[in-house]
Design a protein around this ligand. Structure first.
Ligand code: SAH
Length: 224
C-alpha cells in the first residue's frame, strides 16, 4: 500500500471526500476497499483549476482536450466489478486525468496506464506525483495495442468505448483475468466484462449495463 500524506491541516478537501464516500455508499457501493480508495484519493489534484471547486461532486467533469474525468459512481461500479484484492498487476487504457489510475493504484500492486493524448498523459503524471503515488507507470501511445512489455495483466480496464475488444488486450490478459470495456457505437455502449476462463483461449462475455464513454481511438478502435 502506498503511503499518502493527505490528512492534517493541509488537506482542506478531507470533509468533501468523506461526503463523496457517503454518496457512493448511499447509491449502493458496498466494497470496503473501493470506498477506502475513494476516501484516500485526492480527486481535486486530478481536475483542472477551473472546476476544482466541484472536484468532489459525484459528476463527470471536463479535463480539457475534449475529454472528461468519469463520474465517481461509475468508476466505483467498475472497480467493484474488477474485484481487486491488492496483489494484481493492472493495465488501464485511457489515463485521462489519472484519477481512476490513482484509485487502481490504491487497490492493486502495480498499475500500467496508456494514454494517447500527450498533454493529458503529462498532466496525469504530474498529479500522480503530487498525490505521492509511486506504483504507476504511464505510457504515451495507442492503448488498443496494450502494453506488451509488462504483460500478462490480472485485470485490464478500458475507460473509452470501442467497437470490439482489441485482440492485443485479450492476448495480454492473464488466465483467469478480468477485462472491462465499454463496447458499442460512438456515444452508446454496454459495459462488458470479459473473462479469460482457465488457461485456454475461451472467453466469457458478461454485459454489466449501459454506459456512455468517449470513443476509443486507434488501430483496434474507432478512426481518429
Ligand atoms: N478514467 C479517466 C477518464 C478517461 S476518458 C479519468 O478518470 O479521468 C478516456 C481517455 O481515453 C481519454 O483521455 C482519451 O484520450 C483516451 N483514449 C482514447 N483512445 C485511446 C487509445 N487508443 N489509447 C490510449 N488512450 C485512449
Amino acid at each position: 500500500m502506498v503511503s499518502r500524506r493527505l490528512s492534517g491541516p493541509g488537506d482542506t478537501f478531507a470533509g468533501y471526500r468523506v461526503r463523496l464516500v457517503e454518496t457512493l455508499r448511499t447509491k449502493g457501493i458496498r466494497d470496503l476497499a473501493v470506498l477506502k480508495a475513494f476516501a484516500e484519493t485526492p480527486r481535486h489534484l486530478f481536475v483542472p483549476d477551473a472546476v476544482r471547486h466541484r472536484a468532489y461532486e459525484d459528476a463527470a467533469l471536463p479535463i480539457g482536450k475534449g475529454q472528461t474525468i468519469s463520474q465517481p459512481y461509475t468508476q466505483a461500479r467498475y472497480l467493484e466489478a474488477l474485484r481487486l484484492r491488492g496483489r494484481e498487476r493492472v493495465l488501464e487504457i485511457g489515463t485521462g486525468s489519472g484519477y481512476q489510475t490513482a484509485l487502481l493504484a490504491a487497490l492493486a500492486a502495480t498499475v500500467f496506464s496508456v494514454e494517447r493524448v500527450e498533454a493529458l498523459a503529462l498532466a496525469a503524471q504530474r498529479a500522480l506525483r503530487e498525490a505521492l503515488i509511486t506504483n504507476v507507470s504511464v505510457l504515451l501511445g495507442d492503448g488498443t495495442l496494450g502494453w506488451s512489455a509488462y504483460a500478462p495483466y490480472d485485470a485490464i480496464l478500458v475507460t473509452a468505448g470501442g467497437p470490439d475488444v482489441p485482440p492485443p488486450l485479450v492476448e495480454q490478459l492473464a488466465p483467469g483475468g478480468r477485462l472491462l470495456i465499454p463496447l458499442g457505437v460512438r456515444g452508446a455502449q454496454t459495459l462488458t466484462l470479459v473473462e479469460r476462463v482457465g488457461a485456454g483461449a475461451e472467453l466469457r462475455h458478461t454485459p454489466l449495463g449501459t454506459a456512455r464513454f468517449v470513443p476509443l481511438l486507434g488501430e483496434h478502435g474507432f478512426d481518429a
